[in-house]
Design a protein. Structure first.
Length: 241
């Protein structure tokens, strides 16, 4: 139950992101930096956390899991809606913008499933490592919540709608943890593959979706600074936990 609870708390942080934009209006530099921040956390977690732990057990399984994780997203990507969007771009009718906003929310909700799975895999490997994965993902989810809520509001959606949708998209996180618990509690030998699999998913999603999303807010250095800040924060969390 513990990894599922951790994933639920991490998932709820997506809703927290929506609350933040009720307080102030995000600028382009804020958006590119905060999505960059979410990316930096993800990459550090994947390489220095998940993949590293998997490689300590088996290099071969780490490579297999990593490639399988990336391949899964590559395949899903061609079948499912993508996190493409056009927020802050003028001259687009609201209906279309709202549809785009919903695509972002769906994209984040879908990618929260493997994140929840990563929390479960981390937990079965080592409970303290599971906690680190959960905290890192929770922090990464706050900017994602902002990235969901902002397009909804600028498409004319109400605050309540923005908050509800970002909260709902966070709920797929415990779903991923349930899948992880069901799979790994019966097959502990799959843990190294599961850790590397989660890393493969995260690296692919970050490079293919989060970083391009940050770039669309068009600020020359916001994303870069955000990525570095995210990396630093993830390293700090890993040393604290
Ligand atoms: Zn995420």
């Amino acid at each position: 139950m513990y990894p599922i609870l951790l994933a639920l708390i991490a998932g709820l942080c997506t809703g927290l992101g929506a609350l933040i934009i009720f307080i102030f209006k995000p600028t382009r530099v804020f958006m590119s930096a905060s999505i960059g921040f979410a990316s930096g956390i993800m990459l550090t977690l994947a390489f220095t956390g998940l993949l590293h732990e998997s490689m300590e057990i088996s290099y071969i399984l780490a490579i297999i899991g990593f490639v399988l994780g990336a391949l899964l997203i590559l395949i899903l990507d061609s079948l499912l809606p993508h996190m493409q969007f056009s927020i802050l771009e003028k001259g687009i009718i609201d209906k279309k913008r709202f549809k785009t906003a919903m695509l972002i929310a769906t994209g984040v909700a879908l990618h929260n499933i493997p994140e929840g799975f990563a929390i479960a895999a981390g937990f079965y490997h080592l409970p303290a490592f599971g906690l680190f994965v959960a905290v890192a993902i929770a922090l990464h989810n706050i900017p994602e919540g902002i990235a969901i809520a902002l397009p909804i509001i600028s498409a004319g959606g109400s605050r309540k709608k923005a908050l509800t949708i970002s909260f709902l998209s966070g709920l797929s996180e415990p779903l991923g943890a349930v899948i992880g618990v069901l799979l790994l509690s019966f097959a502990l030998e799959l843990i190294p593959i599961a850790l590397a699999f989660a890393a493969g998913v995260m690296v692919y999603l970050t490079v293919d979706e989060l970083l391009p999303m940050a770039q669309r807010y068009k600020h020359p250095h916001g994303m870069g600074f955000g990525v570095i800040a995210g990396c630093v924060v993830a390293i700090l969390i890993s040393t604290i936990i």
